[in-house]
Design a protein around this ligand. Sequence first.
Ligand SMILES: NC(=O)c1ccc[n+]([C@@H]2O[C@H](COP(=O)([O-])OP(=O)(O)OC[C@H]3O[C@@H](n4cnc5c(N)ncnc54)[C@H](O)[C@@H]3O)[C@@H](O)[C@H]2O)c1
Length: 314
Amino acid sequence: MTIERGKVACIGSGLIGQGWAALFALKGYEVVMQDLSDDVLERAVARVRNHMRFLADAGLGDDFNSALGRIETTTGLVEAVEDVVLAIESVYESYEVKKPVFAEMDRAAPDDAILASSTSGLLMTEIQKAVGLHPERCIVAHPWNPAHLVPLVELAPGELTSEWTVERTYTIMEDIGKVPVVLKKEAPGFIANRLSVALWREALDLVDRGVASVEDVDKAVRAGPGIRWAIMGPYLTYHLGGGAGGIEYLMRHIGASKTSWLETMATWTNTPESAIEKAIEGVDEMVGGKPLEELEAWRDERLAKLLGLLWKNE
Ligand SMILES: NC(=O)c1ccc[n+]([C@@H]2O[C@H](COP(=O)([O-])OP(=O)(O)OC[C@H]3O[C@@H](n4cnc5c(N)ncnc54)[C@H](O)[C@@H]3O)[C@@H](O)[C@H]2O)c1
């Protein structure tokens, strides 16, 4: 499937909307950012400029000045979507906020425009219930923060989403350098947030039960599994962990001992207050008052190097 690089609307210009806007503009799309007030949009554009400058300097995007010229803003939702090929919604994470936005985008956008949601885990089948005209062109396209740097985007179609919508969204995402995966069946939290939250519960519990400090949990992930996860997922990792016998040997023999660990692991579904308090205290200690901008710059510089190493020539 081929695409012309038309106009893209980024609905909601917070953290995620800013990442989408920077990526699309740098890859040659016209971008219109929409939000509830001009003040919010002004702050958002300043951050998008920084993201684009950073990506262009890191060799991960095209010319910064022409990209900047492709970005406009509006507080009008109808005006934002009326001539787009894609509208990507990144407003607050609730059906109450997202459903009316989708209903209005559907009424105002061209019939063949894709309407995508950045939701972290809500289901498109539910959002589609609010869409009267063309629910088949609605799909979840879940990015990872920072959206302008992390390649993954999870495409999660709802019950009414057409195959054409999945294919077209896939093509557009590849065109801007994303790495799309498509869910075969809907699941709250999709693939990567479900995996992430399973690890997160155990990370919180290890600190809450006094097994390790926040800093050591982070260090253990980063220096151990994390460095492997940058190149392999859990299946290939465990296949190699089984040596000559591969995944089958690992699962049937070595893997059996994991039952006793699993029996002692956290199973709660509402985070205990004590775990929240210890997480806040531990992160405060670890971060030592460093401003957010400094931490983001530190992260982005390393992510850009990793991207250059891992994804540029794949
Ligand atoms: N933050 C993350 O790590 C992350 C990662 C992936 C996906 N997401 C998802 O992306 C979406 C946005 O998250 P975020 O972190 O950017 O949130 P955010 O709070 O930073 O930004 C949300 C923006 O939406 C705007 N907004 C709210 N209602 C609106 C409306 N009716 N019309 C237009 N704009 C509206 C707000 O003014 C705000 O600027 C959520 O669904 C979230 O789950 C977040």
